[in-house]
Ligand binder design. Structure first.
Ligand code: SAM
Ligand code: SF4
Length: 317
């Protein structure tokens, strides 16, 4: 369906958990999430009802996210059931990949067609530092498993952080040639209490183009990403610029958090609760959420933090 500004809303990001096996410094605090009562979170059946409600409004694309979706015990069942919902044409998943060695193949079989994998550095020590408890070798094994499982498309997402990985732009971008996957650089967003970064950590995604002058623009953007390609690369290079240049005019999505809140806009505190509702009631609330999508979010910068009022692990990215 169209929102109040004529944007066709076709994409739901479904966060199935706010828990994670990592603690990325820009995403969530070291101590993890506050323990929430089981009955405060959406059940699997409620998630599927929500997907059905969304599909009835014209949502065709679903992204399963988190927290880390692969720490959720019933992730395969959720994906399988969601993929079978009439009207849902693709189920994608965003993950840190560390649990993909066991789960890549079953996810593919459950109907997940595409995966986005978050990996911000190819240096084991820097990876351990930024994720606070992860091991790069596990993430790389997960990428290999994803490649072997035959997903239609694999994208690697790297959050661009000045003084941390801006010296790795070329090696990360080269994965579009060596692995043939898409690579996207995402500007660091100043979330609620997501990290104690200095102003110099917030660098423009266009820095990527300064480091890769041979990158050739592709004619069409892919959703919210501006696309480029290195000569001879199979994979494409994407730049996502929520901070330096918002892409609200192309926004086609709503989000559902693991505790049952529809977020019409990532950077707004507005939320609409659908926990405990019937499928039809959920559809009515989603319609309300779509119609209340703001035209654009407020400016983001080091000093102007996101209005989301949640850390990213509690939204889903
Ligand atoms: N755990 C999964 C993962 O890391 O891919 C899925 C959830 S994670 C919240 C989704 C995406 O949000 C990841 O690509 C992550 O890098 C990104 N993200 C989290 N906090 C961010 C921030 N402050 N700025 C930019 N991207 C962020
Ligand atoms: Fe976990 Fe993903 Fe957040 Fe990292 S970005 S802490 S992997 S939810």
């Amino acid at each position: 369906m169209k929102d109040g500004f004529g944007r066709e809303i076709t994409y739901l990001r479904l966060s199935i958990t706010d828990r994670c096996n990592l603690r990325c410094r820009y995403c969530m605090p070291d101590e993890g999430v506050c323990k929430r009562a089981h009955d405060e979170m959406l059940t699997e059946d409620e998630m599927i009802s929500a997907v059905e409600a969304a599909a009835s409004l014209g949502i065709t694309k679903l992204r399963v996210t988190g927290g880390e979706p692969l720490v959720k015990k019933n992730v395969l069942s959720i994906c399988r059931r969601a993929a079978a919902v009439e009207g849902i044409r693709e189920v994608c998943l965003t993950t840190n990949a560390t649990l993909l060695p066991e789960l890549a193949k079953p996810l593919r079989e459950a109907g997940v067609s595409r995966v986005n994998i978050s990996v911000d550095t190819l240096d084991p020590e820097k990876y351990a530092y930024m994720t606070r408890r992860g091991t790069l070798a596990d993430a790389l094994a997960g990428i290999d498993a994803a490649l072997a499982a035959g997903f239609e498309r694999i994208k690697l997402n790297a959050v661009l952080i000045g003084g941390f990985n801006d010296d790795e732009i070329r090696p990360i971008a080269e994965l579009t040639r060596t692995l043939g996957v898409d690579v996207r650089f995402i500007e660091l967003m100043p979330m609620y209490d997501g990290g104690d970064f200095s102003p110099s950590a917030y660098i423009k995604a266009d820095t990527v183009l300064e480091k890769l002058p041979e990158a050739v623009p592709e004619s069409e953007p892919d959703g919210v990403a501006r696309l480029f390609r290195l000569p001879g690369a199979k994979g494409r290079l994407g730049l996502i610029t929520p901070v330096s240049s918002h892409f609200c005019a192309r926004c086609n999505r709503i989000r559902l958090t693991a505790d049952g809140m529809i977020k019409p806009c990532l950077h707004s505190p507005a939320e609409i609760c659908i926990k405990g509702l019937t499928r039809d009631e959920m559809a009515a609330k989603m319609r309300e959420a779509v119609m209340s999508k703001p035209e654009r979010h407020d400016e983001l910068s080091y000093s102007e933090r996101s209005g989301a009022a949640r850390n990213m692990n509690r939204i889903g990215g």
